[in-house]
Write a protein that binds this ligand. Structure first.
Ligand code: RAM
Length: 966
């Protein structure tokens, strides 16, 4: 057994890549060893045809290369050929000389590689027989003969619309709502399906169901139809390979037949109408009599936008049984799924009369009286109607629609009036992009754990192929601002490589000639280029680079990133300020004027702050991509914008002129103020929160960074109080109201039980879930370093304590492997457990630790393998450690008490930083004594008892005198 092994190989983020258009794919592999401190010293990569099972005759053999690189390693052999299956494997050597076995081989199979390769024709039913605007879903079919000895068969297919594919009566894949949603005018994904097992010698049949989806159905809040075109159409090629090397191709062409069927209507927002009596049994099998079906016609739709599937497919990822049935005060029979989910409901129906109708209406919440509430759906009907066939047992789930719901109102279910509904007859099918779960977070406060679950469900509900704002009302759009604020939290929790690669390619495709970025991507509404929304074009590729070291995507998006910043530069009256145009501002901030959506923070402050931030990221991207001139240009531009920000938005005496939480947050987190005044700005921010009785006022822009701004400037305790604030507004307010997803508004349900206005009130909006990023990086302490992306150098720095928390843990499945950081306080001892994957190192800051008392698995850290360096820090110890699993422990008493006294007590006593500073200056020994010794609390209590909140220097002098006499 070798000391190191390769446990997983990924190609372009996937374990198996079927049908890619990437001719030079990249590979990542995870190393594992029982030993600590493993670094890869060399590797060897091989790629061969899939038939060459033993790699006898590899097409590419890199030979042994000395390199530490084990992720995003680009294939360097000859360009891959179209429609070809390859196998790839890798082996590695560690720096201590150990050699791994070869990894298991993974399959990489190319698709058509280029639009010009398509032989198939776009087909649609003959418009003289079935009207092009006909609502019922089309069925398309064709039969064909095959020979013996089929070795493999692939379907390449897509639609102008959405489709399901059947071969010989069986569904050919689990994909739902294929081909997904892209900027269809520029980019349309095709899917590749392995259908070898479904075909047989002799007669075969293909069937397609073709619906409207995003292409032609109602889309957006302006009641737009036919956004991309007025004909639904399908495009398909089946390639069959025989043992003797022959190939047979079946394509969509005029030989196909068309019909309508049982799906009378299907729309993403409104739902589906299904009449089971119209099912045509055997329509997708060989031998069906289609003489009454219509011919099809071919259409001249373009081939240029066609490209292989980039994103994960949308699939059913979980099945949920309802937890309760009941009858509302208004007399409606309802199901409670126990979870606000996104997907569809599958029914099992027994004993229904032929033609009888079951109607399901979906909603997210019940109102204060306990009645089901449809108001926030706006015009989205979210209604599914099933007309029974009268068969003894019927099963049904809709095909081309999805709903956002926790509650379902059921009408017409057989026997429901007599016996009520039976839970076993219903199953919720959760739908979203099939991204793997990569993140965990838990702590000793179950309310925060529920919040974490709500964050994850918010992502699941809104990552249905496109990062959407909401999944229930007549909107469900790819709002750029929402995606930008949430992406970092999202990439921690779920593998988002393919998801954001696809979406960013759409962002780029829809960037306007002047560099502006639409409000939503794919773009189907008017309007573009709001600050903090358009910045998604810069922030999202940068965040992808941070999580996955994806320099290829960074390079692909770089031009678009740059064009966005250049766009901004051209907007302002002053080239270094952005003070013109429309902006959403601190959207839904609570300091907004009555009846307004836009928070009180001036939009030109927000716009200029984001201008500076995007500038910095473009400059850093230029550094990474080695574009020296650009880097110099954008670094300089960044400095100039920062200078302009200071002149415009910071007072001469060093205060942020706008007295809002968000203004202070942006100034701190985007590093916009002079270092000398940072502490003061932070103290002011803290004061704004404390004065508001530990409640936030921030909207979409300030919220994601609010807790970072506090924790990183000595106010972690305040941040924790914000997080654990249960009264409105705060994250735990919705949790205390029973929320199972993140709400759009802090008060989507108000404390008195009433709702925010119907016109914009989603109960499944992920934006405020962006606090997850801070929970993982600060509470659990699992963080990264900007300059060594993909967690190559991991940064672990948990901030202990804060509001009774005694335990927190986060884990993330990075491209290198599992990273874990968790801490527990137990009887005055702190236990910190960390896991560092092979081929990475970590710096671990242990606050309050003293090297002499710090143990790892019972041994002093100075003598432990894997610990590369032990450094004393002002407030603890910093270790540099190599890969492996470690269990640290040290006495926590001083640390937790000091954390409590310095932060909680000061804020509880309503002392601001200014007061502390003055005390420090006048009587440091007194302050230290008071802070580190609980006995002296009483002296500080006096300040509180005197209700002194803001104290002048003079008053403080007096207090100091008094205190000195105590
Ligand atoms: C709403 C969306 C979204 C937000 C925009 C500005 O319609 O729900 O969350 O980004 O407005």
């Amino acid at each position: 057994m070798s000391v190191i092994e390769i446990t997983e190989v990924l190609c372009e983020y996937r374990k198996r890549l079927l049908g890619t258009d990437i001719a030079m794919p990249r590979f990542s592999w995870k190393l594992h060893s029982a030993e600590r401190g493993i670094i890869q010293h060399a590797c060897r990569l091989q790629l061969t045809l899939a038939d060459d099972i033993d790699f006898h005759d590899p097409l590419w053999d890199s030979g042994k290369i000395e390199t530490e690189q084990s992720i995003q390693f680009a294939y360097e052999g000859k360009e891959l050929r179209a429609r070809t299956a390859y196998s790839f494997r890798v082996k590695a050597w560690s720096s201590c000389g150990a050699e791994s076995e070869w990894s298991e081989a993974i399959t990489v199979e190319t698709g058509l590689l280029h639009p010009s390769q398509w032989q198939a024709k776009w087909i649609t039913p003959d418009v003289n027989r079935i009207h092009r605007e006909s609502e019922p879903i089309f069925q398309l079919r064709r039969e064909f003969e095959l020979d013996h000895d089929i070795v493999s068969a692939r379907v390449y297919a897509t639609a102008a619309g959405v489709y399901e594919l059947y071969i010989n009566g069986q569904q050919a894949s689990d994909d739902v709502l294929a081909p997904g949603w892209t900027s269809y005018h520029h980019r349309l994904q095709y899917q590749t399906y392995d259908v070898t097992a479904l075909l047989r010698n002799g007669g075969n049949a293909i069937g397609i169901w073709l619906g409207d989806g995003w292409y032609r159905g109602k889309l957006g809040f302006n009641d737009a139809h036919f956004v991309y075109g007025d004909h639904r159409a399908a495009l398909l090629e089946l390639h069959v390979r025989y043992r003797d090397g022959r190939e047979q191709v079946v394509i969509s062409d005029s030989s196909w037949k068309a019909s309508t069927g049982p799906v009378l209507y299907s729309n993403l927002y409104h739902g589906e109408v299904y009449d089971a009596s119209l099912e045509q049994h055997g329509w997708n099998e060989h031998g069906f009599d289609d003489s009454h079906w219509s011919p099809v016609q071919t259409l001249r739709l373009p081939y240029e936008p066609l490209l292989a599937q980039e994103n994960w497919a949308t699939v059913v990822t979980q099945k949920i049984q309802p937890v309760k049935t009941g009858i509302t005060p208004a007399g409606a029979h309802i199901l409670d799924m126990g979870q606000n989910m996104v997907g569809r409901l599958r029914l099992s129906v027994r004993g229904a009369d032929k033609g009888s109708e079951i109607t399901l209406r979906f909603a997210e919440v019940l109102d204060a009286e306990g009645n089901i509430y449809f108001g926030n759906l706006r015009t989205a009907k979210q209604t599914v109607t099933y007309r029974a066939s009268g068969d003894e047992h019927e099963q049904y789930a809709p095909h081309f629609t999805f709903q956002g719901f926790r509650y379902v109102q059921v009408e017409g279910y057989p026997g429901q009036e007599q016996h009520g509904l039976s839970l076993a007859d219903f199953s919720g099918e959760v739908l979203h992009s099939d991204m793997p779960s990569t993140g965990e977070f838990a702590c000793s406060d179950d309310r925060i754990n529920q919040l974490q679950q709500n964050i994850r469900w918010g992502q699941r509900g809104n990552f249905l192929d496109v990062p959407t704002d909401c999944p229930q009302r007549d909107e469900r759009l790819g709002w750029t601002g929402d995606a930008q604020v949430f992406i970092s939290t999202a990439l921690f929790n779920y593998g988002g490589g393919p998801f954001f690669t696809k979406w960013l390619h759409d962002v780029q495709a829809e960037q306007q000639p002047d560099g502006g970025i639409p409000f939503v991507v794919p773009n189907i509404i008017e309007g573009s280029s709001s600050a903090a929304w358009g910045d998604a074009a810069v922030i999202c590729p940068w965040t992808m680079y941070q999580y996955y070291g994806d320099t290829r995507l960074l390079a692909e998006q770089y031009d678009s990133m740059k064009r966005w910043v250049d766009y901004i530069r051209a907007q302002g009256e002053d080239e270094y300020l952005w003070n013109t145009g429309f902006h959403f501002g601190d959207w839904l901030g609570l300091d907004a004027k009555e009846g307004d959506y836009v928070g009180a923070t001036p939009t030109d402050l927000i716009a200029t702050a984001y201008y500076a931030y995007s500038c910095r990221l473009v400059a850093q991207a230029a550094d990474v991509l080695n574009l020296l001139d650009d880097a110099a240009y954008y670094h300089l531009l960044h400095e100039q914008v920062v200078r302009a920000f200071r002149e415009e938005f910071v007072t001469l005496r060093g205060r942020i002129a706008a007295p809002t939480q968000t203004a202070h947050v942006l100034a701190l987190v985007f590093d916009l103020v002079e270092p000398a005044i940072r502490a003061r700005v932070a103290a002011d921010l803290n004061r704004l929160v404390v004065d508001n009785d530990y409640h936030l006022t921030t909207g979409f822009v300030g919220t994601p960074y609010l807790c970072f701004a506090l924790s990183d400037h000595g106010y972690h305790e305040t941040a924790m109080r914000l997080l654990t604030q249960q009264s409105y507004p705060g994250w735990l307010y919705s949790v205390s109201q029973g929320a199972t997803t993140i709400w759009e508004h802090w008060d989507s349900i108000k404390p008195d039980g009433s709702f925010w206005s119907d016109d914009m009130n989603s109960f499944n909006h992920y934006s405020y879930g962006a606090v997850g990023d801070w929970m993982y990086r600060r509470i659990a302490g699992l963080d990264m370093r900007e300059d060594t992306p993909a967690y190559r150098r991991i940064r672990l720095h948990p901030q202990f304590g804060g509001r009774q928390l005694t335990y927190a843990r986060a884990a993330h499945e990075s491209l290198y492997g599992t990273i874990e950081c968790g801490w527990t306080l137990d009887h005055g001892q702190l236990f910190v457990n960390v896991r560092i994957p092979a081929n990475t190192t970590a710096s671990l800051t242990l606050r309050g630790a003293a090297a002499e008392q710090l143990l790892e698995s019972g041994q002093n850290v100075h003598v432990v393998a894997g610990i590369l360096r032990v450094e004393k820090e002002a407030d603890g110890v910093r270790l540099k450690i190599g890969s492996g699993v470690y269990r640290f422990s040290y006495p926590a008493g001083g640390l937790f008490r000091r954390t409590y006294t310095e932060q909680t007590m000061l804020s509880e006593l309503q002392m601001d930083q200014q007061a502390v500073d003055v005390l420090n200056r006048h009587a440091p020994q007194l302050l230290n004594g008071a802070l580190t010794n609980i006995v002296h609390q009483s002296s500080l209590r006096q300040i509180a008892d005197n209700k002194i909140t803001r104290v002048s220097e003079e008053t403080l002098g007096r207090i100091v005198n008094e205190l000195q006499h105590l």
